[in-house]
Design a protein around this ligand. Structure first.
Ligand code: PEP
Ligand code: MN
Length: 356
């Protein structure tokens, strides 16, 4: 299904990259919210985020102040002129947030993974015009992410964006949530007009990873960033390890290198042209290789031989692996390429010998 989208058009917010949203993981107290917001405004941030309903892994943790915190966001808007955004997970959240003038809604990662919850939110959004940002689902499933976008879009919401916050894995690695950049890149390729934000806070889970992840997102052409900040990060009631002060945020933002997303340089165009030609040749060569494979299959059929001859397969992998290393390619990469070629060749050979 094709999405029908309009630009986010965030009132009073410049569209130059990166569009920044920042604020605490949770709205804890009126004082914490106001203090953080004022410091952020001083650092040039124009969109204030704060979690009001917090999806926590285990019961017994601070689960947000709920509706009680929404007037604090109204106050932030009044005092600083910033737009406000909060996470909604149910239709009741949507209604309460909008009643209190929240400007942008976001759907959290755990919610995106649940089509019933997303549909409930979509139903509450029918007939409204409010920007909605959809975080990736916790599991690396691009179709599930797109499905959530479709549900929101089907409700008539056209100002939609996405937030990439990484994917959860069983083993804990360097990142709290694995970036798997190829997934948002594929999403952008399929829906190019979709604004895409990166959330380095939940991806990294650590303060020292915020800056490098922001830079990586900018290098990949992301439109914006959602970063958790707190006036006293160590004392935060949730996600303390990943929150930074508004001043540190300002420092990180001022050091980001922002490269152009349009390619105007002649040199780059020439190089891209070169790559395109090589890709053409690669497809051509692969097609020829498969053709020969099918001829071999007919020979094998006539002589009653099996399609896969293990020693021959091992010989190809070893020989090309060694050759690749000599040319500066990683052995692993060459192995993967030849395994894939071999798999396709076997598939085509089986098809050939089974043809009547
Ligand atoms: C959040 O942004 O505070 C949050 C809970 O994020 P996520 O849905 O990405 O875990
Ligand atoms: Mn958080």
């Amino acid at each position: 299904m094709e999405l029908e989208l309009k630009p986010l058009n965030l009132e009073g917010v410049s569209e130059s990259r990166p569009i920044v949203m920042s604020g605490p993981c949770s709205a804890e107290t009126e004082e914490q919210v106001m203090k953080t917001a004022l410091e952020l405004a001083k650092n040039g941030v124009r969109i204030f985020r704060a979690g009001v309903w917090k999806p926590r892994t285990k019961p017994g943790c601070f689960e947000g102040n709920g509706e009680k915190a929404l007037p604090w966001l109204e106050e932030v808007k009044k005092e600083t002129g910033m737009l406000t955004t909060t996470e909604v997970a149910t239709s009741a959240h949507v209604e309460a947030a909008l009643r209190h003038g929240v400007d942008i809604l976001w759907v959290g990662a755990r919610t995106t993974a649940n089509p019933f919850a997303v549909q409930d939110i979509a139903d509450a959004l029918k007939g409204l015009d409010v920007p909605v940002l959809v975080k990736n689902p916790v599991n690396p499933d691009l179709e599930l992410w797109i499905g959530a976008l479709e549900r929101i879009n089907n409700a008539g919401i056209k100002r939609i964006g996405v937030i990439h916050r990484g994917f959860s894995t069983y083993e804990k690695k360097l990142y709290r949530n694995m970036p798997m950049w190829h997934i948002p890149i594929e999403l952008s390729r399929r829906i190019p007009q979709l604004p895409i934000f990166c959330d380095p806070s939940h991806m990294g889970g650590r303060r020292d990873l915020i800056a490098p992840i922001c830079q990586e997102a900018m290098d990949l052409g992301f439109d914006g960033l959602m970063i958790e900040s707190h006036c006293a990060p160590d004392a935060a009631w949730s996600d303390a390890k990943q929150q930074i002060t508004p001043d540190v945020l300002g420092f990180i933002l001022s050091h980001l290198i922002i490269r152009s997303t349009t390619t105007t340089s002649d040199n780059l165009i020439t190089l891209r042209h070169h790559i395109d030609q090589i890709d053409d040749d690669l497809i051509d060569l692969l097609t020829k290789r498969m053709h020969i494979g099918r001829e071999i299959a007919l020979y094998k059929k006539e002589h009653n031989m099996t399609v896969v001859q293990t020693h021959r397969y091992n010989e190809i992998i070893d020989k090309r692996g060694a050759q690749g290393i000599l040319h500066g390619l990683s052995g692993d990469f060459v192995k993967k390429v030849f395994e894939a070629i071999h798999e396709e060749s076997v598939r085509q050979q089986l098809e050939t010998i089974n043809k009547p």
